[in-house]
Design a protein around this ligand. Structure first.
Ligand code: UTP
Ligand code: MG
Length: 577
């Protein structure tokens, strides 16, 4: 898909307003173009022939034309602002929606933090271009060509000078665009780099300080900053040659007009007013060319932004979303089957993360998954809510292949506590309510009690109304994990997945949660991923994972007999319970 295709929709929607604005710009420019001619008439007829009545009538005409021009300019501004604001907000909305639809694989490809810049800065750049397109960008070429025509029309003798001046200016512009385009693009890339370094530093500021890596980060920033400086200087240098050389050419033209005109006035061939009007038109040409250059700069920036936005729109959601999904009955069963499942983050042909997984979790059962770090536990459970697509085999919920189930309905039945607790800005109450929007305060408290979070929450002066910072920065690791558990429990799902979410909780508190969960989990299918044996000890079934496969499966006592790896894990953790 072409990068620019996403703009098509807005083009169809706004072309009428665009041409309306163009019509008003044309009126405005025509008014601008008439002025010097009227001035020349006032001088050549009104002043030369001493006719005050003529001066007055032409003066009134000038005022009228100026007023008309101002009116057209105002209307054009209103249209341009309205269209560009609407366009910007729609584009941002569409982009946001698209990002919501992307699969995890797509988002992994795009890099999360850059998505923020795309939504904000990049959309703004394109919006600015649209605004300037409807205003000065339309006016500049009209003014330039109009001035040329008016000048030739006014005095063909003086217009001979334009034959020399115009090609030189055109050549200058072509050279500058050829040389300048890549330079301005480089400035944009360097600016992006500075942003990226800054973003990474700010999001990891605690780690940077903890590891005393400030100097390293500073050097990284300095390098990016220097690069930006270098590239900007290059681009500015070009600008600093370009503008004066155009001004010089035009001014040379003006000198020639004065000289030729002076000779013409002496011989009576040319009138003084013509010379003044001619110089006026040449100045307008100069101004419009300068504007063209500014727009060009705008355009380069917006082009980079359009490409970056287009990249998001271009993302092909690799999940096979079937529109006509099988209507999934929300019966609270929650059986899970993995049948010969293989999986790779890079899709088919990528390095295999899971291989030939066969596992069944029956309703009411608690199944533990244990294994070394990197064994593929998280990858396995992330397949159940269909965060990623399997590369082979089937994942079934209640006997139905999950690719045939509406993802929204599927996820409604599942509550997942991720390995890293993610909380949002807002109160503790809000965060727990994420699990169930219309939960009452009692329900929230009940869920918090199950997750052993109630006590620490009410120990805060503001209790459940305590405000959390971004990502829950004002909580300890274990507190965050318990809130994340409460958020999942409040849903009363058919399937509960706990991905190593008690790793930061002390054994005594973990035991409390386990006790509380015992009864709760008897109603649903529960998958518990853990590093600690103690977490999964009482599970109905424990799967031992090694290098992406399940090497043993059974109860604690069975595994002690059958699995060497399991015995080793138990050995290594003995005494830690
Ligand atoms: P997992 O994240 O599934 O391992 O990664 P795990 O068993 O849960 O490990 P711990 O206990 O949380 O530490 C399994 C493999 O998948 C790769 C990793 O490199 C790892 O080898 N992986 C994981 C990816 O390629 N991309 C990811 O986004 C995540
Ligand atoms: Mg994990």
């Amino acid at each position: 898909m072409n990068t620019w295709v996403f703009l098509h929709k807005y083009r169809i929607k706004y072309w009428k307003q665009f041409w309306l604005a163009a019509a008003f710009v044309t009126i405005e420019t025509t008014c601008d173009l008439l002025q010097p001619t009227i001035v020349s008439k006032i001088i050549d007829i009104g002043v030369a022939d001493r006719r005050p009545d003529y001066i007055l009538s032409q003066g009134a005409l000038m005022v009228l034309i100026t007023a008309l021009g101002a009116l057209a300019a105002s209307i054009r501004n209103v249209i341009a602002s309205k269209v560009s604001q609407n366009f910007g907000s729609e584009l941002r909305g569409d982009l946001y929606e698209k990002i919501q639809m992307l699969s995890f694989t797509n988002i992994d490809n795009l890099n999360r933090t850059s998505l923020v810049t795309r939504l904000t800065n990049d959309v703004n750049q394109v919006q600015l271009l649209v605004n300037s397109l409807m205003r000065i960008s339309l006016k500049a070429p009209l003014l330039c060509i109009g001035s040329l025509i008016m000048a030739i029309n006014l005095n063909p003798h003086l217009a001979v000078i334009l034959i020399f001046i115009v090609p030189i200016i055109l050549l200058l512009i072509v050279i500058t665009i050829k040389v300048g385009f890549p330079r301005f693009a480089q400035v944009q890339t360097a600016l992006d780099q500075v942003n990226a370094v800054m973003r990474e530093y700010l999001s990891g500021i605690r780690v940077v300080k903890a590891f005393k890596q400030f100097e390293y980060e500073q050097e990284k920033f300095a390098a990016a900053n220097q690069e930006l400086q270098g590239k900007s200087v290059g681009a500015i240098r070009l600008m600093s040659v370009f503008s004066p050389s155009i001004a010089l050419t035009v001014n040379l033209g003006i000198v020639m007009v004065l000289w030729l005109g002076g000779l013409g006035v002496n011989t009576g061939q040319i009138q003084v007013g013509h010379i003044i009007a001619f110089i006026n038109y040449m100045s307008q040409i100069l101004v419009s060319l300068m504007i063209v250059f500014l727009i060009f700069n705008n355009f380069v920036r917006a082009k980079a932004s359009v490409i970056r936005i287009g990249e998001v729109f271009k993302q092909h959601n690799d999940a096979k979303w079937i529109i006509n999904h099988f209507a999934f009955q929300p019966v609270n069963k929650g059986r899970i089957d993995f049948e010969n499942v293989s999986f790779s983050y890079a899709g088919l042909g990528g390095p295999t993360v899971l291989r030939d997984i066969n596992l069944t979790c029956l309703p009411g059962q608690t199944v533990g998954i244990i294994g070394a770090t990197g064994a593929g536990k998280t990858s396995l459970v992330n397949l159940i809510p269909r965060f990623y697509e399997v590369t082979a085999g089937f994942v079934k919920v209640d006997g139905h292949d999950i690719t045939e189930i509406n993802p929204g309905q599927l996820r409604d039945k599942i509550a997942l506590v991720p390995q890293q607790a993610v909380l949002f800005t807002g109160t503790i109450m809000d965060n727990i309510r994420w699990g169930k929007e219309n939960a009452t305060a009692q329900e929230v408290a009940a869920a918090a009690k199950l997750a052993a979070a109630h006590d620490f929450i009410i120990s805060f002066p503001e209790g459940y109304n305590t405000k959390l910072g971004q990502g829950g920065v004002n909580l300890s690791g274990g507190q965050k994990q318990r809130l994340a558990i409460a958020r999942a429990l409040i849903r009363k799902p058919a399937i509960l997945i706990l991905d190593d979410c008690t790793s930061a909780i002390d054994i005594v508190t973990e035991e409390k949660i386990k006790q509380a969960l015992n009864e709760y989990a008897s109603q649903l299918t529960c998958l518990v991923v853990a590093q600690r044996i103690s977490t999964v000890l009482d599970a109905d079934k424990i799967a031992v994972m090694e290098g992406g496969t399940i090497t043993a499966c059974g109860t604690h006592t069975e595994l002690l007999q059958t699995s060497n790896v399991y015995c080793e894990i138990v050995q290594s953790q003995r005494g830690r319970r």
